[in-house]
Design a protein. Structure first.
Length: 255
């Protein structure tokens, strides 16, 4: 089947649009994958940041207990109370947020191991601070137990930190792999699109110019009164459609 110039141009346009759609779909898929990887990375970073703040509150509560034992006035004790309540509230908030944000079993399991020691540590700290209002000596007697609870929670918090950092590292590496793959797919898709488009364009240009040369030969045949020559006949497509009107024109010129 002989393709007309119109058909060839339509095919070239359709091919170009198809390659654009393929490139767009590939880019969209790559962006989605990259977005998912970055979302996981940001989630791990948020959990790590919250855990670091919780660890700071862990140390801050110990400082509050020691400050209560060293307080010299009721005003100092009230200030310690306010500070400890703020630290305890923020401590619990950070742990709770991480429990809600954690999407993996390893982080969730590690955080569950912290809940009981956390509440025990907070209760002992509150007991020491409250008792310091009445008897500093009695409050000081409870300090060893509080410090033991501090050490136990510190070990649990360190274990959680290791799990979170490991997950954050894995998410970061995964995000980098996704970005690298997206770049590779994008470059390959662009290269294929360029090669296919240029090849199709070259084929169409060659075909059209060839047909134009054929049309030139037909016109030359008319000029030399050889319209019925074999070189000018037997054409199809646009060139073939030119022959009947050219014959008529030749006949009128002869008349």
């Amino acid at each position: 089947m002989t393709l007309t110039i119109k058909t060839r141009l339509f095919a070239l346009t359709s091919l170009t649009l198809t390659m654009m759609l393929v490139l767009g779909a590939t880019s969209y898929r790559s962006l989605n994958s990259t977005g998912s990887g970055m979302s996981e990375l940001l989630g791990s970073s948020d959990i790590l940041r919250n855990h670091m703040e919780a660890d700071m509150m862990h140390d801050a509560l110990r400082a509050d207990v020691l400050a209560a034992l060293l307080a010299e006035s009721e005003a100092d004790l009230r200030e310690v109370n306010a500070s400890s309540m703020e630290h305890i509230g923020h401590f619990r908030q950070m742990i709770k947020e991480n429990q809600l944000k954690s999407s993996t079993d390893d982080i969730r399991g590690a955080l569950d191991q912290v809940s009981a020691p956390l509440e025990q540590y907070i209760q002992k700290g509150e007991t020491v601070i409250n008792l310091a209002h009445k008897s500093r000596a009695d409050a000081a007697a409870l300090l060893p137990g509080f410090l033991a609870s501090f050490t136990e929670l510190e070990d649990r918090m360190a274990a959680v930190s290791d799990v979170i950092e490991k997950r954050a590292t894995a998410d970061r590496n995964n995000a980098l792999d996704i970005i690298a793959m997206a770049k590779l797919i994008g470059l390959v898709t662009i290269a294929v699109a360029v090669v296919v488009s240029l090849g199709a364009a070259a084929w169409n240009i060659r075909s059209i110019t060839s047909r134009l040369r054929q049309a030139s030969k037909v016109a030359d045949s008319i000029a030399r009164e050889r319209l019925r020559d074999r070189a000018a006949s037997g054409r199809r497509g646009e060139i073939g459609s030119l022959l009947p009107p050219l014959r008529k024109m030749h006949a009128k010129l002869v008349e």
